[in-house]
Design a protein around this ligand. Sequence first.
Ligand code: UD1
Length: 484
Amino acid sequence: MRIVPKSAAVPVRTELMAASRVEELKKPVSRSRTIRINFNHPSITPERFMDKFVIRGGNPLVGSIRISGAKNAALPAMAAAILTDEPVILENIPDVRDIQTERNLLVSMGADVELGYGRASHRTTISCKDLVNPEAAYELVKTMRASTLVLGPLLARMGRARVSQPGGCAIGARPIDLHIKGLERLGASIQQEHGYIEARAERLRGGHIIFDKITVTGTEDLMMAATLAQGETIMENCAREPEVVDLAALLTKMGAKITGAGTHTIHIQGVDKLHGARHRIIPDRIEAGTFVIAAVLTGGDLSLTNCDPSHLGALIQKLQECGVSITPTSADTMRVTNGHRLVAADVTTEEYPGFATDMQAQFMALATQAEGTSIITENIFENRFMHAQELARMGANIKVEGRRAIVRGRTSLSSAAVQCSDLRASASLVIAALVADGETILDRVYHIDRGYERIEEKLKSVGAQIRRIGEILPKRAAVPSVVA
Ligand code: UD1
């Protein structure tokens, strides 16, 4: 029997087999025994759905998976719509929780955001004609740090912005001081009070910004702000990630004058007004990389479609060092096979085009099965080894020393109850569970839902034994939001 809670005072477990658990929960299973729940009730928040994954390891992943659009490209693209009063149409938007959060944020400001369904699924049309409230409230920023991406666009278009300070998160301190310093260089006056950043500027003016440190969303935020500034902006020591290049492509379609995106120096000639545009978001390189590692580890034969192998250079090179065969079969398809024994390799995370920090956790899962010892050095974030403890609970031999993790390979992993701590840590636990002996239960998979579109359905379609079970907690037992 599937049970739906009658009263929020009692925790109730709900078995779910389909992707959208809310939709699934809405369906009556047995007329006589179904209890209805009001999903519009304010007490039913997404965080209260404490879904788990149950994964039985041992199956090789064989078949084909379609890669979704990049969450980290879609989020700044949605924020860019603030810069114009005309509609911006974005295609290949992933159906993940962070996109819903960004939608809620834009709607809270007065934007009209239509998320496509049916044939138009994965398309969103955003109209920021009537922005009334240039504010990103704490409630939204705490669940998704990328909400701070609205700071630059709001200031450029409306002359003011009030954005909550994001604070620390599961993977480190993550300040946004470089966004603030950059905006000040463009003439903004910024005050920080009561946990909020209050920014004002009559009209931003071009300036010379040299980032102290390479920052992805910082580069994106400042690039958006500078498009409507008066005069030229030169930004140095910029992030070169494909997502920055994708944002520049959208802004250019909107009428911005940008050169150098994808290099360390970006020039922006400010214009008076931007217009609407239609843009297709690039494929998600981190989702693709996650499936590549899952295929390798399970000894599978997997084709990935709708991906961009050229964005995965550092990962492909590292996996080739480990003895894996990866063949780009066309500009947007690649095939991964692994019939060999994996060999250990050292990895150091770096800014693009180096090895992505967002792939570090998944690589650690792979290192537990490789022949020899791998040393993994995390250079981008200070506290991004939370998954190591959970992998150790499954039998991995990992020693963390500051920013280094020493992983001794060829350890047999066994099933355990493990907890997801952040988005990419969750992905590494899913991968480990796919090769573990027995049935692993992964708790707090809402982290993975932030950035992976129906991961369990995609994995199931290529042979994995994975299912989602849902639990609805009473209001008081709701988990605190931890963001990454
Ligand atoms: C983005 C990605 C995230 C990825 C990260 C690094 C999005 C939505 N998220 O996050 O998935 O893991 O890049 O590739 O695109 N820093 C400062 N001051 C600042 C800004 C950053 O000190 O004002 C530091 C951070 O603490 C971190 C480093 O710079 O140590 C890089 O962070 P950053 O590139 O800004 O990460 P995000 O853009 O938040």
